[in-house]
Design a protein around this ligand. Sequence first.
Ligand SMILES: *[C@@H]1O[C@H](CO)[C@@H](O)[C@H](O)[C@H]1NC(C)=O
Length: 393
Amino acid sequence: MKSVHWFLFIFLLFFAPIASPMVQAFTGTYGINYGRIADNIPSPDEVVTLLRAAKIRNVRIYDADHSVLKAFSGTGLELVVGLPNDYVKEMSVNASHAMTWVKENVQAFLPKTSICGIAVGNEVLGGSDYELWGALLGAIKNVYNALKKLHLADVVQITTAHSQAVFANSYPPSSCVFRDNVVQYMKPLLEFFSQIGSPFCLNAYPFLAYMSDPENIDVNYALFQKTQGIYDPKTDLHYDNMLDAQIDAVYAALEDAGYKKMEVIVTETGWASHGDDNEAAATADNARTYNYNLRKRLAKKKGTPLRPKIVVKAYIFAVFNEDLKPGATSERNYGLFKADGSISYDIGFHGLKSSSADSLHLSMKAVQDQALPSSCFLTLTISAVASLLFLRQ
Ligand SMILES: *[C@@H]1O[C@H](CO)[C@@H](O)[C@H](O)[C@H]1NC(C)=O
């Protein structure tokens, strides 16, 4: 070996493990979902401006819209794209469709658009379409195999997000298990994800849990406010907020299923600022309190009572209020920002244009300091160096 080879060898020995072997799609702790079921929200370019000003680097979208992928090019924002539920069946039956989808919606935009992950389907298990339950793992495998063939499996992480509907008991957290009818689909999925190093993705809404039982749940517990919290006698652990308890409930279910080491990531959480008459908790005041405290909670970079060493990471739902979303009024009012780009309430971010609430800007310098080096990029660079090295030998 020439000395330059030795140098590279030693470089790789020490630095490769930082970026590999498992790809990590979520590098910070505070990300956001950029939902776009609206006809009145700012353009993708303006959204880039908004997110950069807020120093939010980790972003999820629910499709792979090319205007968004182009706008995110060269910005350093790290994007998880979505393969919508409507495509899951065809991706599971035909591997060549999965390959085409990955080529056109992911490979074509790399590396300038930093696509770090693909979420295949959203809240499929536990949902109402049983055929989709059976198709999910096949689709995931076909998309993963396509990434592998394109040498992108170390750059782009595959996941799928679950709602709380996949769980049976979740109170106290240690009693949580997967629902009987979900287990036969969930276990093979967990097995595959444990092989490829993907986390368990949870959409967690203390807002919904609180609204389902306001008589027995202290709203302060759901809002990260001062409260006596709950005690879990089996683990002897105390919880002072509901989100931590919801995450630990998932860890308990994973352990029960035999996957104690799998990481849990929150892919959606949020609180609606406006709702119908029967959604009394959906107020701007509660939404501000939840999102302000959540931001502080995530900035601490701390784990949960059951998994103190695994830092909690969450993508907030969502950037904007989305006027075309069906369902209850709350569904259209989860945005940190209104459709005109002004803030919905003040948690320390600035809108595209200022509003009265914006002038009350709070200083949250510590939580804004979340910029991290791009892991996608590091992995790409190291892969490139590695292939050069092996080619030359
Ligand atoms: C998969 O799709 C390709 C391209 O559309 C088509 O040529 C092929 O026949 C399909 N295979 C199956 C098994 O349906």
